[in-house]
Ligand binder design. Structure first.
Ligand code: ZN
Length: 139
């Protein structure tokens, strides 16, 4: 039952209010099938974002190269490069809005920051502003 609901959401509960998540988090903790699926879907979301970013960057680079060398038919090549860039940006936007990829990226970044924070010497950690420390460690 819970598993079916989760499948309908593509195993994303980031849009739920924290007090509503309890049952689902419990299910993820106890159900290997669903937690595996959740990881898979987040990997797909992030891969799509990364691909769209890379593709946008390539089209932009192509545009810059065409500008620089000014080959024949440069105008149409430029139009093609810009159209490719626009399409990649659109895909990026759709993925960012329709999937929890941005939240997943933030989560990964937070984990990384927490990791760095835990490795900092105590005297430097003390000097960090209170709000940053609270955000990183949750206490
Ligand atoms: Zn399940």
């Amino acid at each position: 039952m819970v598993g079916k609901i989760l499948a309908g959401w593509r195993y994303d509960i980031s849009g739920l209010a924290p007090e509503m998540r309890g049952d689902y988090e419990l299910h993820f903790a106890g159900c290997e099938h669903c937690s595996k699926r959740q990881k898979l879907h987040r990997i797909i979301d992030i891969s799509l974002i990364v691909l769209a970013s890379a593709s946008a960057a390539v089209f932009l680079l192509a545009f810059a190269v065409i500008r620089h060398f000014g080959p024949r038919h440069a105008f149409w090549l430029e139009v093609g490069a810009l159209a490719g860039f626009a399409l990649s940006a659109l895909i990026w936007l759709i993925v960012a809005v329709a999937t929890p990829a941005p939240m997943a990226v933030v989560d990964v970044a937070m984990l990384g920051a927490r990791h760095v924070h835990d490795r900092l010497p105590a005297e430097i950690r003390e000097k960090l502003p209170e709000e940053i420390r609270v955000k990183l460690t949750g206490s």
